[in-house]
Design a protein around this ligand. Structure first.
Ligand code: UDP
Length: 333
């Protein structure tokens, strides 16, 4: 067997960002072990290491996974991710996202595994205090929905476990994860899909309805919402840098992952139209509840701490990877 740098447990490794990170881990010489409930995960997304199907709250299962694979670290993606669902059913979100994490951290303690990188989110900030200004990690933490509050609760737990038990931890606060594996082996598939780029691509392919542009009167240059779209392969790379930072004794904490550049809904639709070679069918629709006009990262700290910088800084290049994936899925098989 070829030498590897060791096993890494990836909770939620069958999901969108988790699966792209498994590929990056394998490319960097690690063996990713996916633990996924498969409630939202995809069997086809697990290609670079073993899959264990099960729930994080199953303590016996966790103990057996740690005993069998002896992972050097955990990358913790497993969570429910729909903001709307979290508002409608907060109990389910706290139970799965917070309860699952307590079970995981306790299993790590029992197994003597002391390094974790956590999938956090810009939703921990809530509404920008200065509308339109980039948000850095010192921005007040005031999430506006149960999804964001559960993620923030976990960040707090990690800090407490660090202080009390020596857990090495890094929380990575993603802005808008987007794009697909540049090699075309993985992509984004949610059911139901709510994200702009896959919906716009579906509209251009004719596999989905005309895209509804939520809000035309935001205080942005073209009146539509502006977001910081960060490529999933860049997110994946940041996890490995965070793992290696912690492994080298680097300080724990929380870091934004974004490009520092915003794009409006209209700019994204134009980029999808260029990838498709035809305009994206779209129509004006009212604002979606809870959408701030502009969310952009101040992303300098991840560069200073991890040496991370996004490689996908061009919207056309980002959209091209997503287009290739979705167009291939739409082909009859
Ligand atoms: N959006 C839109 N139509 C859609 C889906 C999204 O206009 O069908 C807009 C949404 O208002 C937001 C941006 O696209 O400004 C990105 O939304 P997405 O749901 O992808 O991510 P979010 O910013 O909510 O995390």
């Amino acid at each position: 067997m070829p030498a590897t740098k060791g096993h890494v447990l990836v909770t939620g490794g069958a999901g969108y960002i988790g699966s792209h990170t498994c590929k990056a881990l394998a490319g960097a010489g690690y063996v990713p072990v996916t633990l996924d409930s498969m409630v939202y995960g995809h069997p086809w997304a697990v290609q670079w290491g073993p899959l264990v199907e099960g729930d994080l709250r199953d303590a016996d299962l966790l103990d057996s996974v740690f005993a069998l694979f002896r992972p050097m670290a955990v990358l913790h993606f497993a969570a429910f991710t729909s903001v709307g669902e979290s508002v409608a059913d907060p109990g389910r979100y706290y139970d799965n996202n917070v309860g699952g994490t307590i079970a995981l951290l306790e299993a790590m303690r029992r197994a003597g595994c002391a390094t974790v990188v956590f999938s956090s989110t810009a939703a921990v900030y809530g509404e920008p205090v200065v509308p339109g200004a980039p948000m850095d990690e010192t921005h007040p933490l005031a999430p506006v929905n149960p999804y964001g509050r559960a993620k923030l609760a976990v960040e707090g737990m990690l800090a407490d476990y660090g202080a009390a038990y020596g857990l090495r931890h890094m929380s990575l606060r993603y802005f808008n994860a987007a794009g697909a594996d540049p090699d075309g082996e993985l992509g984004e598939e949610h059911d139901p899909e709510t994200h702009l780029i896959p919906l716009a691509i579906g509209a251009a392919l004719g596999t989905r309805a005309s895209l509804k542009v939520f809000g035309q009167d935001y205080p942005t240059p073209d009146g539509t919402c502006v977001r910081d779209y960060v490529h999933v392969a860049d997110l994946a790379r940041a996890h490995i840098l965070a793992l290696e930072h912690l492994g080298a004794g680097g300080a724990p904490g929380s870091l934004n992952l974004g490009t520092g550049r915003g794009h409006s809904v209209r700019e994204v639709l134009d980029a999808v139209g260029r990838a498709a070679g035809r305009p994206v069918p779209h129509e004006a629709a009212p604002r979606r509840a809870g959408d701030p006009g502009l969310l952009v990262a101040a992303a300098g700290r991840a560069r200073e701490v991890l040496g991370w910088a996004p490689e996908f800084t061009d919207m056309d290049a980002l959209v091209a990877t997503a287009w290739r994936w979705h167009a291939a899925q739409a082909q009859p098989r």
